[in-house]
Design a protein around this ligand. Structure first.
Ligand SMILES: Cc1ncc(COP(=O)(O)O)c(C=O)c1O
Length: 365
């Protein structure tokens, strides 16, 4: 079997050793004679999976006791609604700087979820084609806001905050870290909640990990149906009903793999290396390849760039696919090319990509 170098934005490439281990676990979970998909979620084998997932996630992320870890069905888009339902009272205010397609969706969903609250947009990135994330001066926080929601790595346009934004006095930061979780350390003292969907760094689509300060759950502003309530998920240890057992199991294997590879520090070092390799190929192209993002806030995870014409963009990703390098077409709202390089992305994949970039530039530039 030939594996393809996969730069898909998500679902995304996974480490081969994890895929092989999951294959074994499908047939027989740790000598039980029953596969992970077949085990009851209330029996000791799955108890061990769940506690393994929680422990490894906490260890990998350096997550303090002040924060609960929840595994909640539904992707990050579900959290766009659940977050304000759980943390924003009627009449309350929250800041939502708009830095990409996903923050724009979070604003719409948040307003629909809690129409009686005020979601303020202190920075409107659409006006600058989402080519940068705001400086503190460009993003004045609103006094009295309960929280500031931001997206630390903007998957579509390829921008990244190099340090978290400033929020109002008494507010907490909430981060949609879907495309960068565990790729660099987090200042947990500043964050009320960090969340991510699974399909980029944690394995399976359709589940989110929610890392949330316990005291915020105790102050939840309204009564909610249990499946919508973070406090109810926390109280039930992420087992209100049958949880997404395979997604939790895969997250455990992914966290174990990242720990074994050297943890967040090593993931960060690899991300910097990969980004530098792509950047060098772009810098050497004499303007043939151009990043969508300004240099000061370029993402080390998603390299979004374009060629001189849309026809060449298409030629590029189609030719690359024929060379065994796939998933490079840009997001439908941004066009161009996007190479998504999450924690699992191996160096040889990036070596293949930059070799292809140089050759394409030489022959078509
Ligand atoms: C930063 C970010 N937030 C949210 C989402 C949406 O995630 P989901 O499709 O799991 O709802 C994505 C998906 O690519 C993303 O990159």
């Amino acid at each position: 079997m030939t594996r393809i170098w996969n730069f898909s934005a998500g679902p995304a490439a996974m480490p081969e050793p994890v895929l092989r281990e999951l294959g074994d676990d499908l047939l027989d979970l740790e000598g039980t004679g029953i596969g992970i998909l077949e085990h009851s979620h209330r029996q000791p084998p799955f108890d061990r999976v769940l506690s393994g997932a929680l422990d490894s996630c906490r260890r990998l992320g350096g997550i303090p006791d002040s924060h609960d870890i929840l595994f909640v069905p539904g992707g990050a888009t579900v959290q766009f609604a659940l977050l304000p339902l759980n943390l924003l009272p009627d009449g309350g205010v929250a800041d939502y700087p708009d830095t990409d397609v996903w923050t724009a969706k979070a604003i719409v969903e948040g307003r629909d979820a809690v129409p009686a609250a005020q979601i303020v947009v202190p920075f409107e990135g659409k006006r600058c084609a989402y080519d940068h994330v705001p400086s503190d001066a460009e993003c004045p926080p609103t006094a009295g806001a309960a929280y500031l929601h931001y997206c630390s790595n903007n998957t579509v346009h390829g921008t990244q905050y190099h340090r978290p934004p400033r929020c109002a006095e008494g507010a907490v930061l909430i981060n949609d870290a879907s495309s960068e979780i565990f790729s660099r350390p987090v200042d947990w003292s500043a964050h009320g909640m960090v969340y991510a969907s699974g399909q980029k760094n944690l394995g399976v689509a359709g589940m989110s990990v929610i890392i949330v300060r316990r005291d915020l759950l105790e102050r939840a502003p309204r009564r909610l149906p249990s499946m919508f309530s973070y406090a109810a998920h926390a109280k039930a240890g992420s087992r209100i009903n049958t949880p997404p057992t395979f997604a939790i199991h895969t997250l455990w294997r992914m966290c174990q793999w990242m720990i074994g590879e050297g943890g967040v520090a090593e993931m960060e070092r690899r991300a910097q290396t990969r980004a530098r390799m792509v950047q060098e190929a772009i810098d050497a192209s004499g303007g043939f390849y151009r990043f969508l993002a300004q240099s000061a806030c370029r993402s080390v995870i998603n390299a979004s760039f374009r060629l001189p014409t849309a026809q060449l963009d298409e030629r590029f990703w189609k030719d690359a696919a024929m060379e065994g390098i796939d998933g490079l077409a840009g997001h439908r709202e941004a066009g161009g090319i996007r190479a998504s390089m999450y924690n699992s992305c191996p160096l040889p994949a990036v070596e293949a990509l930059v070799a292809f970039m140089r050759e394409f530039n030489r022959t078509k530039g």
